[in-house]
Design a protein around this ligand. Sequence first.
Ligand code: DQA
Length: 159
Amino acid sequence: MNKFLVVHGPNLQLLGEREVSVYGKVTLAQINHALQKEAEALGVTIEILQSNHEGALVDRIGNARVEFDGILINPAAYTHTSVAIRDALAACGLPAVEVHLSNIYKREDFRQHSMTAPACIAQVTGFGKKSYLLGLRGLVSYVSKTITAKKAPVARKRK
Ligand code: DQA
């Protein structure tokens, strides 16, 4: 069974009470519950981490390769600043999908650039809680296609 690491960056533990006009009333616990249900439906398992500390996120991403098949990440504010998280994503070599609750391209200028997205296979932004669920689906589909492609026998050339 494929296993995925879900990473929530800084301040996301405050969802539900933080800037409700931007992020809505959904809490991190509700997002995690929905992700667990989605993972079950997709036949995969997930492990979830939230941290406000860049180094803790870098450490977990850096040693994710031995345990996981991919990473679903909302780097939150570190999206716009963290070369360290971008490098960790690139270094671990796992497919990663970046997600955001809000549409970062409709917000302040400084949010419209993602430092981390170039180290990811895709980005889902602006669907609220559903960004996470869509991101997980996309990631699972990407990983299962990659595994199938690796296992598929090489077609023999006809003589
Ligand atoms: C966010 C967008 C970021 O710009 C912000 O710093 C966050 C949340 C989002 O999910 O919309 O903390 O990643």
